[in-house]
Design a binder for this molecule. Structure first.
Ligand code: HEC
Length: 168
């Protein structure tokens, strides 16, 4: 009997408080929404794409820093070019359907990636081709060629960003 009394008292006191808390959370714009498995899968793909581009950006910057420091064939340069080389052919898979600006997730990819797929594929193909030459220059340990290709690859990054990435 005593136990029943505590239970009902607890029910009276805590249940309304619990409901109030829920209502407060639901009304707040910053409350994290629980994603469906489908939404979560899209979000994971967008996050992975951005993480990969950040890695790519870091590798490219590492080469630039070494070139400025007068070390065009340092191990950092060779290693970073290899990393860029291995990312280039994967890039095509970083843009699956449904991961664009309409997804509702934070992305700088423009809808043009999907709406103008042919032009995007061309950017990808030309990026892959200049990266191959970058990689060949690294394999030959040719500092001058690495310097020259660094600029060409940089222009290719820019070219795609101009057309397919939102301005910062
Ligand atoms: C074929 C097109 C294309 C090429 C080539 C390309 N990018 Fe990008 N990049 C994008 C797009 C699209 C985004 C936006 C990704 C998003 O937010 O969904 C992006 C985003 C980025 C980001 C920001 C990532 C983040 O969210 O923090 C960096 C850094 C970056 N790219 C660096 C580079 C570098 C460096 C190169 C060349 C070595 C390069 N990209 C080549 C299309 C490209």
């Amino acid at each position: 009997m005593k136990f029943d009394f505590i239970k009902s008292a607890a029910g009276r006191v805590f249940l309304p408080a619990f409901i109030l808390t829920l209502a407060a959370c639901g009304g707040g714009s910053e409350a994290p929404r629980v994603l469906t498995p489908e939404e979560q899968a899209i979000k994971d793909q967008v996050d992975a794409r951005q993480a990969n581009f950040q890695d790519l950006g870091a590798a490219f910057k590492a080469v630039g820093d070494e070139l400025r420091a007068g070390r065009p064939t340092s191990p950092t340069v060779i290693f970073s070019i290899q990393a860029i080389r291995s990312y280039a052919p994967q890039m095509q898979r970083w843009f699956p359907e449904g991961t664009g600006p309409d997804s509702g997730f934070e992305t700088d990819s423009l809808a043009a990636v999907w709406d103008n797929r042919e032009a995007f594929e061309q950017e990808l193909a030309s990026f892959q081709s200049v990266v191959s030459e970058f990689s060949a220059a690294a394999a030959a340990n040719d500092g001058d060629a690495i310097r020259a290709q660094f600029r060409v690859v940089g222009e290719s990054c820019e070219s795609c960003h101009e057309r397919f990435r939102a301005e910062e």
